[in-house]
Design a protein around this ligand. Structure first.
Ligand SMILES: *Cc1c(COP(=O)(O)O)cnc(C)c1O
Length: 398
């Protein structure tokens, strides 16, 4: 494997006008240190061998590329393949970059991993990687999210992480990010800030993509083995954008049509969705220039999605670039469509998808029947739905 990707930002971390590094002076040396370390290790054979060994023997890669025959037959059009990131250890794609970030932190001689989490999925994956590497782990989480996501809080604690309750502001993800940044500024000598998606200041968007790009490399090889040709279409859900770019990256230079699906939530009214690329405008958030759902003063707007992992007012800068360049099309699926897709995949294929991934499945369901039977779609099934079953049961009264 090479760890190089199809599209790199420039030396200042820009994809076109997006990305960069909008951070306070006090954080500069800490972020430069991460960049220098990543540049040193990203092509280091020993580092890559250790990373790949963990992906194989700990995470369980490669994840299968599965032809969903019953769903395909039911929709009556294009063949639907599922890239099964739900089968990874800890149940989603996030472990791919958490292992990479933890390994880098260890090489840098850091003692502790620090991060924010919203629904707790990134916190659990990072606490897992920390336990594996023998590092301490500190996760900042809003008080409201702590109350809502009790099972993930317990998991983090069982894995040995310290969960810091954030009681400032709206007490959700954005406040947790601010709180984690604050802690990082005080302790960066022995701490590595492990961002949970392809967001934040350079080098995080490029680095997290490199770790996730294994998904697309595997999918390309697998589809060539099974179909002897490239797919006609890729579909993935977009929160921060890490599972999506992980699948897309390897295909950016091909003719394959690429679609990212954003959450349309309850409606397109402000505060009721998180369709950043569809309805946002460029601005600065969390150290990067990117599309942003913002008010007249540039402050991030509240967001909503039935899938808490998609609940973010920004998006990775590379997606902003790919949208403007016209290489990737960004569409939406709403809460109800995601819920319907969640049930459809459960009943038709015996696979309970994460509500995040259900947005990608929902778009495949919408479009497959309109395409010829010879067409091939790959849907990234970014995670499993075990975490969502109580919530869905309550919604559906079952
Ligand atoms: C966190 C999460 C997402 C959203 O994050 P991206 O960075 O956009 O991939 C999607 N699916 C699952 C299962 C998640 O846990």
């Amino acid at each position: 494997m090479t760890n190089t990707t199809k599209q790199q930002p420039d030396s200042r971390g820009y994809f076109g006008q997006y990305g960069g590094r909008y951070i306070p002076k006090e954080l500069e040396s800490a972020i430069f240190e991460v960049e220098a370390a990543y540049n040193k290790y990203k092509n280091d054979p020993e580092f890559l061998t250790e990373y790949q060994d963990l992906l194989k023997n700990y995470v369980g890669r490669p994840s299968p590329l599965y032809l969903a025959k019953k769903l395909t037959a039911k929709l009556g059009g294009a063949k639907i393949y599922l890239k099964r990131e739900d089968l990874n250890h800890t149940g989603a794609h996030k472990i791919n970059h958490c292992i990479g970030e933890a390994l880098l932190a260890k090489r840098m001689g850091k003692k502790k991993l620090l991060a924010e989490t919203g629904a707790g999925q990134h916190g659990v994956a990072l606490a897992t990687a920390a336990a594996l590497m023998g590092l301490e782990c500190e996760i900042h989480m809003g008080a409201i999210d702590i109350a809502k996501q009790h099972a993930n809080v317990i998991r983090m604690k069982l894995l040995g992480a310290k969960v810091v309750e954030v009681i400032q502001g709206g007490k959700t993800l954005k406040d947790a990010v601010d709180s984690a940044f604050g802690s990082f500024m005080q302790n960066y000598n022995d701490t590595f800030f492990a961002i949970g998606s392809v967001v934040g200041p350079h080098p995080y968007p490029a680095m997290v993509k490199d770790f996730q790009s294994v998904v697309g490399r595997e999918a390309k090889q697998q589809i060539l083995e099974q179909e002897r040709r490239l797919p006609d279409m890729l579909i993935a859900c977009v929160g921060g954008g890490s599972n999506a770019i992980g699948l897309f990256n390897e295909f950016l230079g091909d003719k394959t049509k690429i679609i990212g699906v954003e959450p349309a939530g309850k409606s397109f009214k402000p505060g009721e969705h998180a369709a950043t690329l569809t309805l946002g405008k460029p601005g600065v958030l969390h150290g990067m220039m990117t599309y942003l759902l913002q008010d007249g003063e540039g402050q991030p707007l509240p967001v909503h999605s039935i899938a808490s992992g998609l609940d973010y007012p920004g998006v990775g800068p590379e997606h902003s670039y790919l949208k403007d360049a016209g290489r990737v099309e960004y569409v939406t699926a709403n809460d109800q469509e995601a819920l319907n897709a969640f049930l459809e995949l459960s009943r038709t294929e015996g696979i309970i998808p994460a509500l995040e991934s259900s947005h990608a499945v929902a778009h495949a369901i919408k479009i497959a029947g309109t395409l010829p039977k010879e067409n091939i779609i790959i849907v990234n099934l970014s995670g499993r739905g075990d975490k969502d079953v109580d919530f869905v049961a309550e919604k559906l009264n079952i």
